[in-house]
Design a protein around this ligand. Structure first.
Ligand code: PHE
Length: 470
């Protein structure tokens, strides 16, 4: 691979490895953990789903994160140029993953606006309104409120990105991630001490294997993928800001661990309360905006807990949404040497414009459908169910099969002191492996497992999710 960065101003880097881990974990920990994971657990048999999820987070999650980070750090480039360096024939994959993240940002920011609205509600009038299903539908069907909250959320996202990699993303992640963890623990303690909470704990801990089905497995696998922000080049971009001497294997392992821990805590924070109040664990997407506010309105100091809960959601969503724009910002800086402020402004334009019809999908544009779905749902379906899996499969193919002609096993002869030779089976020390092990300085005990997963298991697994989505 040739690198021609002579003209470029020095590339931004994380100031520390922990800064990288928190920023990447910040991208991973989001609405997927706090909103989607608990309701998927509720709908898919509780503890069985959790077990399957942890299994995939460990095997798939670690391997795929490592794969993406290695591309980023090796090339020190945005996803489009990075895929182009692996093979010019793969440039389209880079373009697609950057497009995916921009499209996701457009509707993710609409949901970010919903969180701001509930945050405001929890300050002024939580508990007074009895029917939360109505509160939610009235809010989403108000075009003005949808636009205002979307614009405020988008502006905050913009502000953090404009501050830069170290002063914006890294600094905010270092504050928001620990805060998020502490708040979550406070809420867990509150729910576990509710009368009747133990029913919910049982639901989360006692596996009922009769609930295990192919559907559960596919759902869990897809959720691992979404929750770790994989398949859209984010970890490539974040990896490209990593220093060459940092230990990539340790980081790639800690991100899924943090992400899974937050998802589990979120389930422990929510499910016992749902059981204590005899609500439906299978409520689905409405769990967060309908069921939870109803619960908060009934417990002592509920308004306070509602407020900190929505702060938690806000932080989680924000550290994810800032990551969604960083690939296109990096692209503008790498390719055209734009100043960061200008790159942020230009790359914000498309997600902002596309966010408007998403925000209006529940009011003015309610009856305008694309392939039978509202604009908001169509965007979600196109990105999560189609573009993300394709991005994921292609990333595995790029690293496992194409980059440096794939990873091959060879026999290595070693001469022993007495002059005899032993032959051991090893792998050619080619590009991906050199990058992951810092040119052999870091030991990688699961090398063969990783190679097998990246070449075969992960792409085929993602293909199964993809076909199931369709
Ligand atoms: N991983 C995020 C979450 O769990 C969602 C996300 C997906 C964020 C894609 C960024 C990109 O909510």
């Amino acid at each position: 691979m040739s690198m021609d960065n002579n003209q470029t101003p020095k590339r931004a880097h994380w100031s520390s490895n922990i800064g990288f881990i928190l920023a990447a974990a910040g991208s991973a920990v989001g609405l997927g953990n706090l909103w989607k994971f608990p309701y998927l657990v509720g709908q898919n048999g509780g503890s069985v789903f959790i077990l399957v999820y942890c299994f995939f987070a460990l095997f798939f999650g670690v391997s795929l994160i490592l794969t993406e980070i290695s591309i980023g750090r090796a090339t020190q480039l945005n996803p489009i140029d990075a895929f182009n360096q692996i093979s010019p024939k793969m440039t389209w994959v880079g373009i697609m993953v950057v497009a995916t993240s921009v499209l996701i940002l457009s509707y993710y920011s609409v949901v970010g606006g919903w969180i701001l609205f509930y945050l405001y509600k929890s300050l002024v009038s939580f508990g007074a309104d009895a029917d939360y299903v109505k509160v939610f539908s009235e809010f989403t069907s108000s075009a003005n409120l949808q636009l205002i909250t979307f614009i405020i959320y988008f502006a905050i996202n913009y502000g953090i990105l404009a501050l830069g990699v170290q002063k914006g993303i890294e600094k905010f992640s270092k504050i928001m991630m620990p805060a998020l963890f502490i708040i979550l623990l406070v809420i867990v303690v509150r729910t576990l001490t509710l009368d009747g909470a133990m029913e919910g704990v049982k639901f989360l801990l006692q596996p009922d294997f009769s609930k295990l089905s192919a559907k559960t497995v596919l759902m869990a696998m897809g959720q691992v993928f979404y929750s770790l922000s994989l398949g859209m080049g984010i970890m490539i971009t974040y990896g490209s800001y990593m220093k060459k001497e940092d230990n990539m294997i340790a980081s790639a392992t800690s991100i899924p661990i943090i992400d899974t821990a937050v998802a589990l805590l979120a389930a422990i924070a929510i499910m016992p309360a749902v059981f204590a109040f005899k609500m439906e664990p299978t409520a689905g997407p409405g769990l967060m905006f309908n069921t939870l506010p109803a619960i908060f309105s009934q417990i002592p100091f509920g308004q306070f807990f509602a407020f900190i809960f929505f702060i938690l959601l806000f932080f989680a969503a924000l550290t994810s949404s800032i990551s969604l724009l960083e690939s296109s910002i990096a692209l503008l800086i790498d390719k055209w040497h734009f100043k960061r402020s200008k790159a942020v402004a230009i790359s914000s334009a498309i997600p902002f414009l596309l966010g408007i019809p998403s925000a209006l999908s529940f009011s003015i544009l309610k009856d305008t459908t694309f392939f039978g779905k509202s604009f908001f749902d169509a965007m979600d379906f196109l990105t999560s169910s189609i573009m993300l899996p394709i991005g994921g499969i292609m990333t595995c193919i790029a690293v496992g099969w194409i980059w440096d002609k794939g990873i091959k096993s060879i026999n290595i002869k070693t001469k022993l002191a007495d002059g005899s030779e032993t032959i051991s089976n090893s792998y050619t020390f080619n590009a991906p492996l050199k990058e992951i092990t810092n040119h052999g300085k870091v030991e990688f005990s699961f090398l063969s497992a990783w190679i097998f997963l990246i070449k075969w298991v992960c792409p085929l697994g993602i293909l199964a999710i993809f076909l199931d989505n369709l």
